[in-house]
Design a protein around this ligand. Structure first.
Ligand code: UDP
Length: 249
């Protein structure tokens, strides 16, 4: 991230990289929806955000994934790097007030953190150009985009052409809800047994029960049948090869 920010500031990276995450519902949707599949195929870096992906890689890959990369963990490393290197973050997403609260909490935890802009995620198509102008005017290095999947992936790819100078568009789902303190994370032991989804289900049963019921068995099927080492032609794409567990058919 820091290298890409440096490259973008120096004019060496002219189009932002799109960085996304793969979990059970992403895997299920990837195999069910051709449009989404095409979008995921275009992202530059795809993190493995789920212990089931790590377990599958241990079973089927010569070079397994070393760990899961949850955005809720990565954000703290990213904030530390941003303070150290003077990077500018912009938060776009979640209900009004939530991203602002997340920004306030992160600034408190990481003194000196530059979150240069915050905007909620319920905007109209007509407002989009104004939002892009604001992102650029504030010299954003990393745009964190939390609109939920698949909207955020589609928009991130569309914004690539409008945000020259930004290094990363980091899609981040419900990250702002977590960081604002309105959603609690699972205890550590549940995370390491791959059960964070169960904790989320217990917290928000009405919203998540149907999603998990439909997507978890499908994702499990593809994890068990299509997990493999990196496809050689994708090796050169930063981060994509090794993290693509269960996605390639
Ligand atoms: N959201 C948004 N704009 C929308 C729809 C949703 O900003 O038009 C936000 C919503 O408030 C929440 C996030 O997107 O903060 C979706 O969170 P979720 O945990 O569902 O993300 P997912 O797991 O689907 O990636």
């Amino acid at each position: 991230m820091t290298e890409d920010c440096r490259a973008a500031r120096g004019g060496m990276l002219t189009t932002p990289k799109v960085v996304a995450s793969s979990n059970g519902s992403v895997i299920a949707r990837y195999h069910a929806d051709a449009t989404f599949r095409a979008q995921i195929d275009q992202v530059d870096i795809l993190d493995a955000d789920g212990m089931p992906l790590v377990f599958a890689s241990r079973l089927f890959c010569a070079e397994p994934l070393r760990e899961r990369v949850a955005t809720t963990d990565f954000i703290d490393d990213a904030c530390e790097a941003a303070v150290r290197d003077g990077l500018n973050f912009y938060f776009l997403g979640a209900k009004p007030g939530v991203a602002a609260k997340a920004a306030a909490r992160l600034r408190k935890k990481h003194p000196g953190l530059r979150i240069v802009g915050v905007k909620h995620g319920y905007f109209s198509e007509e407002e989009l150009d104004g939002i892009c102008a604001d992102i650029l005017a504030r010299k954003t290095d990393v745009l964190w985009l939390g609109l939920g999947s698949p909207r955020q992936e589609a928009l991130a790819l569309r914004l690539r052409g409008k945000l020259a100078g930004v290094a990363w568009i980091r899609v981040c789902g419900g990250l702002f809800d977590h960081m604002s303190g309105s959603v609690r994370r699972a205890p550590g032991w549940m995370q390491s047994f791959g059960l964070e989804w169960l904790h989320r289900l217990a917290m928000e049963p009405r919203r998540l029960a149907w999603r998990y019921l439909c997507t978890n068995p499908v994702a499990l099927f593809y994890l068990l049948t299509q997990t493999m080492d990196a496809v050689p032609s994708l090796e050169g794409v930063s981060g994509l090869g090794k993290a693509s567990i269960g996605l390639w058919s």
